[in-house]
Design a binder for this molecule. Structure first.
Ligand code: FMN
Length: 371
């Protein structure tokens, strides 16, 4: 019997050849938002990894919407050109049918921070920091930047910037655009009552707190060509009292589905620093399954999914359509190949690499330790 993990998945107009996705992962290796040679090697390798879907890292829709000085952006022609070089090269070597997407976002009150390996804290006065914005003038944590509460003009400009970035993604040739609406960044900051204390039409009731996320969704939907898939990464839970729960995620997913979104990726946490408890294996799966059951939209999830049989079980019997791996992919750049091997599936490998599996050198037997 074929492993479900290696069966195709229709994501709206796009068909992924299997149910393995590479989750978006910031690399902090861009120059003024432009992808570098680091991205070139990384994304080319992603394309050969056996994952049917590759989602590139959180990419700022404005320069100020980047998390750090090293984050990707899609706010300039130079950004667009640099990313096209990466995507074209990755497609040239990718396994057949591999689909490429990009996550577009705005870091909100978590912008203007150090790159991850320098601690991810807020930039100091000598680090060329910039003004940050959010739903309300509340910092992410003590001693973080206090963002300006966005006025009507800033709200309109930011929504428009999402649409412009999506247009750039379409011109570059991506298959998928994913709006980053999770992990404590701007869209999530409007959605969550923890970070949104506004008293105007953009805050207060659950409907008002969803207004900005849905305005972004509408703006992107309006410009995205029909041959591309559109999705969002959403929050399954804030892990806090008086905060977002899986019921909010279901409502959000239903609204997105009504707007012809093709999928959601259910993640969780990070609306405040340290707001996520220690989590176990595949911790987002129950919320993801509930969102899928109650909204009917295609659902992906990620979070401590690292082993092939575990991934297979999640897509075969735990009510989720697609899994994404992040750290396991960095650890094993051919994760998809090895998952196929473990599940008894034959992948169509590039001919240059086939001798690995066909034993064309008599006497050489590759022995790989089994987990
Ligand atoms: C290096 C790194 C960078 C990340 N960057 C992003 C990002 O750009 N956007 C995002 O939504 N999540 C990001 N994440 C979170 C991952 O996409 C994923 O949800 C999380 O790591 C849990 O999956 P895992 O247990 O397979 O690593 C990042 C994670 C890592 C390890």
């Amino acid at each position: 019997m074929t492993a479900v993990l290696f069966t195709p998945l229709d994501i709206g107009p796009v068909q992924a050849p299997n149910r393995i996705a590479i989750a978006p992962m910031c690399q902090y290796s861009a120059n003024d938002g432009c992808a570098s040679d680091w991205h070139l090697q990384l994304v080319m390798n992603y394309g050969m990894s056996g994952a049917g879907t590759v989602i590139l890292e959180a990419t700022g829709v404005t320069r100020e919407g980047r998390i750090s000085h090293g984050c990707l952006g899609l706010y300039s022609d130079a950004n667009e050109l640099a990313l096209k070089r990466v995507l074209d090269a990755a497609r040239a070597v990718a396994l057949p049918g591999t689909k490429f997407g990009i996550q577009i976002g705005h870091a909100g009150r978590k912008a203007s921070t150090h790159v991850n390996w320098k601690g991810s804290g807020p930039l100091g006065p000598k680090d060329n920091p910039w003004r940050t914005i959010s739903a309300s003038a509340l910092p992410y944590a003590d001693n973080w930047h206090v963002p300006a509460a966005m006025d009507e003009d800033e709200i309109a400009e930011t929504i428009a910037a999402f649409a412009e970035a999506a247009k750039r993604a379409a011109r570059i040739g991506f298959d998928i655009v994913e709006i980053h609406a999770a992990h404590g960044y701007l869209v999530h900051e409007f959605h969550s009552p923890v970070s949104n204390k506004r008293t105007d039409k953009w805050g207060g009731s659950p409907e008002n707190r969803l207004r900005f996320p849905l305005a972004v969704a509408d703006a992107v939907r309006a410009v995205l060509p029909d041959h591309m898939a559109l999705g969002a990464r959403i929050t399954g839970t804030d892990y806090l009292d008086n905060a977002l729960t899986v019921e909010d995620a279901v409502v959000f997913a239903k609204e997105l589905k009504a707007r012809r979104f093709d999928y959601v990726c259910v993640s969780s946490g990070n609306i405040i620093l340290g707001g996520r408890p220690a989590s176990g294996v595949a911790f987002n799966v129950p919320n993801a399954a509930k969102v899928r059951a109650e909204s009917g939209i295609v659902v992906r999830t990620a979070g401590l999914i690292a082993e092939a049989h575990q991934a297979e079980e999640i897509v075969a019997s735990r009510g989720v359509d697609q899994i994404a791996i992040a750290r396991a992919q960095l650890d094993d750049p051919r994760w998809g190949w090895h998952a196929a091997e473990k599940l008894g599936v034959k992948l169509d490998l590039p001919p240059q690499f086939r001798r690995v599996t066909t034993g064309q050198w008599p006497g050489l037997k590759l022995v790989r330790p089994q987990a």
